[in-house]
Design a protein around this ligand. Structure first.
Ligand code: FAS
Ligand code: PHB
Length: 391
């Protein structure tokens, strides 16, 4: 098979880029290791910044998102029994975020690919990238059953997430990695219950962080910080609800509607960046190149800005023979990636309880919150990051 751009990974990054390029007449093939059902079974992000929502509309995938997604103009930070509302609308000149699950984003993208008869290969095993530095002979191989297939292409986009093959195809003496691993993870629960709050609540508590989020008015998403040693089987639903209530202000805890978990999982928290995001004809996008702790809701949204830059660069290449965007892609994407890293690290440190945290650090953390609640300028700085820095 021959195509212009071979995209490894059928998650939101790969699908969004494939859809955008297809609409510009640029051919792609998406290779996804898992089945479509498996990809759609994963519960991940929940908050879309304005840039990501705009990209979905540009990709002609925004109709259900705009119909079913919830526009949120603010969220709460709970601390010391109090709740403080962060006014996104006021401090961003009228902007907001859209609460719409990544599962639905991915479902909409798959539907759009099918509608355009986009080529998405599922159960593509043992994907391997070849001759990435060649000017004419880059190709990708993969296995389906006992058949090995080959795709000749101009470019490869590695949108295969943190555990994918693409980043590992960059020679070790070229790749620079930056990582911070946090001493805790998030235990997440999805339940068919009425959300406890119409807006998100990020709660800081001596027992640990908690987050009240939602997918709709009948589908709630909750998280609590847990030690890295915890396993999901250690947590019964009853134990989860009890711990969540202990970490919320009593006025909220008393309103919590509990119910059976329909999904329950623990995600470790890490900050990670791989540089460069280009190696020859390979371009990395999304989690393949960077990971953030989900505290700042930047993961999926930063994948969005990678896709935006790469899309613009590839259209300029194929339409005008202009390679400026491709040559600048890594530098341009990383400039915004690192700002998302900073914000996610800052939000995580602001709200989580570190084991054996020195008393001075505890005081500093409480002061950081007191300063935030007392300063509109500090809140405006948080808000410009949360609604999404400009592309
Ligand atoms: P993805 O990992 O979503 O997709 C990569 C795709 O590539 C997958 O479908 C995978 O099957 C496929 N693949 C992997 N290796 C392959 C190979 N060798 N060959 C072919 N295909 C291959 N972000 C938030 O903003 N908020 C959250 O609450 C949040 N929670 C998260 C929870 C978890 C457990 C995880 C892992 C991530 C979470 N994220 C969250 C971040 C998440 O939303 C990512 O940013 C988002 O999935 C990035 O999308 P992709 O870059 O497409 O990567
Ligand atoms: C979610 O709803 O899954 C969610 C929302 C906000 C975050 C992280 C996760 O910061």
């Amino acid at each position: 098979m021959k195509t212009s751009v071979c995209i490894v990974g059928g998650g939101p990054s790969g699908l969004l880029l494939s859809q955008l390029l297809h609409l510009q007449g640029i051919e792609t093939v998406v290779l996804e290791r898992q089945s479509r059902e498996y990809v759609l079974s994963r519960i991940r992000a929940g908050v879309l910044e304005r840039g990501f929502a705009a990209l979905m509309r540009q990709a002609q995938c925004g109709e259900r998102m705009d119909r079913e997604g919830e526009v949120h103009d603010g969220f709460f930070i709970a601390h010391g029994g109090q709740q403080h509302r962060i006014d996104l609308h006021k401090f961003s000149g009228g902007s907001s975020v859209l609460v719409y699950g990544q599962t639905e984003v991915t479902r909409d993208l798959y539907a759009a690919r099918d509608l355009l008869q986009g080529v998405v290969v599922h159960n593509a095993e043992d994907v391997q990238l070849h001759d990435l530095k060649s000017s004419t002979g880059t190709y990708v191989t993969y296995r389906q059953g006992d058949e090995t297939l080959r795709i000749d292409c101009d470019y490869v986009v590695g949108a295969d997430g943190f555990h994918g093959v693409s980043r590992k195809s960059i020679p070790r003496d070229v790749l620079r990695e930056y990582e911070k691993v946090y001493p805790f993870g998030w235990l997440g629960v999805l339940s068919r219950t009425k959300p406890v709050s119409p807006e998100l609540i990020y709660a800081r508590h001596a027992r640990g962080f908690a987050l009240c989020s939602l997918r709709s008015q009948v589908l709630s998403r909750y998280y609590i910080q847990v030690p890295l040693t915890d396993r999901v089987e250690d947590w019964s639903d009853a134990a989860f609800w009890d711990e969540l209530q202990r970490r919320l202000p009593s006025s909220i805890a008393g309103q919590l509607v509990t119910g059976p978990s329909i999904e329950k999982s623990i995600a470790p928290l890490r900050s990670y960046v791989a540089e460069p995001m280009r190696y020859g004809n390979l371009f990395l996008a999304g989690d393949a190149a960077h990971i953030v702790p989900p505290t700042g809701a930047r993961g999926l949204n930063t994948a969005g800005s990678d896709v935006h830059y790469l899309y613009q660069a590839l259209v300029a290449h194929y339409r005008k023979g202009d390679d400026t965007g491709l040559d600048r892609y890594s530098e341009q994407a990383l400039a915004r990636v690192w700002k998302a890293q900073r914000f996610s690290w800052w939000m995580t440190n602001l709200l989580h309880t570190y084991p054996d945290q020195p008393a001075y650090d505890q005081q500093l953390q409480a002061t950081e919150l007191a300063y935030l609640f007392s300063s509109e300028k500090a809140q405006a700085a948080l808000v410009e990051n949360y609604v999404g820095l400009p592309y």
